[in-house]
Design a protein. Sequence first.
Length: 683
Amino acid sequence: MKKEFANLYSHDFIRVAACVPAVRTADPSRNAGKTIGLLREASDRRAVLAVFPELGISAYSCGDLFFQDALLRSALKGLEAVLGASASLDMVIAAGVPLKIGDGLFNCAAVLFRGRILGVAVKSFLPNYREFYELRHFKPASALPSDTLDLLGQKDIPVGADLIFEAEGIPGFRLFCEICEDLWTPVPPSCYAALSGATVAVNLSASNVTTGKADYRRALVANQSARCIAAYVYAGAGPGESTTDLAWDGHALVAENGEILAESERFSREPAVTLADVDLGRLSSDRATITTFSDAGGRTERPSFRRITFPLGAPSGIIPLARTVPRFPYVPSDPSLRERRCREIYSIQVQGLATRMESSGIRNLVLGVSGGLDSTQALIVCARTMDLLGLPRTNIKAYSLPGFATSEKTAASARKLMESLGVEAGEIDIRPGCMQMLKDMGHPFAEGKPVYDVAFENVQAGQRTSLLFRIANARSAMVVGTGDLSELALGWCTYGVGDHMSHYNVNASLPKTLIQYLVRWAASSGVLGKEVSPVLEAVLGTEISPELVPGSAKDGPSQSTQAVIGPYELQDFNLFYILRYGYLPSKVAFLAEAAWRDASKGVWPDILPGRRTEYTPAEIKHWLSVFLRRFFTMSQYKRSCVPDGPKVGSGGSLSPRGDYRAPSDGSSAPWEEDLENIPGGER
């Protein structure tokens, strides 16, 4: 497998093409030639599926010319030419053509593969309103006289609206065709096809353009792909169709489970191939996880479908992923969407905490403030919660708890943050208490020896948490946790009496990269007041550290979290795809390389300024190995008893009462075995 690691088809992706040729009305010979040209382009670009517009061989806007035998015969010859060209191409093709079947004329999608007609899909719903009058020319699929036909020398070709085409050599690739208006109906045929196993629905369309229609069409395609948990490939007729009273815009779209992956330039006078890499593995994972999808299949009366298999295999060689893989999957790349998400995330955290306070009758909050990212985010949420409830911010009892390795920079940030937010601030030096405990347990550090082991670190973490709980008892308060999702995934928290525990953890489902942006957004937006923003900027510029081990750094922490557990941007990336989709480590590494291989992409300057812009394959493999060991074997027992906290995003949480239930003593062997399929050595 290692030699195929760089091939997208080895990781459950397929490349699809929505093709819009420059047609001429009622000229099938010319249109077939244009179709063949785009077919070859799609094949050269390693696609395994090419979809063309509705009636693309004849053109859609032929009107009463469809009654002319000359046009229908010419369309058949055009289809024959496309069929001949397909013989040398390893791809499945859906081409639109008018066909006379029995005594009726039908609007069809001929599905072609290597010189064979696999089947003929027929339009089910014919629009006959406003500018449309298809019933004048065509009959619906329900009027077919037979479920097979003979065509171009082939016998018993399946025909109808009940055909699913399954590729034998590409697991999970099951194709269903519908035609234009089929999508606009209350229950499109692709809904039933998806419940019967189809994973890729295609639409051969000749939807004319009117003002605002493209937006509706885009939403329709995206929503249908989401409803069906499928890919949806839409090929719309181009401007060459424009005639008489109507115009066309050549709108091509590819969507996957609610997300538009690719879209054509509308109104182009040039033929176009719109490519996208579809993740069949993601679709399979979501269908297996979302129980209501399979429930709908069992409870909904639906037509039966015929399966047509064909021996399509995946292209070999190096085929890099063309689709954009976001480096920060928890953080939207679109600035306006990020703005909305930030406001929404804060609202979710605040509502969760406010409800817990109201239900428990507690009006005071206690938390430790270190001058780091997580406690800063938690303190912001606490302040906004008090504002929402109409309580004074002095009901927040915030404490700086300096220890043996606390730097002046973080201590100063903690003091300034508490002051600027107007909370009741306190400071307790934990070193005397820690020294007593170290002395009682006979630790070498109590005798003046610089031994900085796990016990030395956890004594400090435990002392802080113990103090906070006892203060909460004394002040009739609730301890607010500050640990985040990334730390919980990697087990980077002190179990039980340490930062693992609280009464309620507002950051429980926030990964570190998202917290970094949330704090940056709070600083740049000024939502907390101008006096708070400089403090937040100082926090963002500080090395991420537990500050438990003394060192020689003069300005800031000496201990680096990321030097031990890996860069958070990589580990959050790994977490997202393993937790959310259950991907193989080899697929996660393939995606990571696609996301981080190009330094010119840089990093969004408003999220992680000054950070790495690329990672090598060896670094990706090394840190993924660290992630697998820590996530699957070292940390689950900590996650099995975490405190309550609000779920924020669809990327998942690790609460045993929510998204993730796993044995505390499981093995990571299957994941580590797959890790060996990833080329590249250790760093």
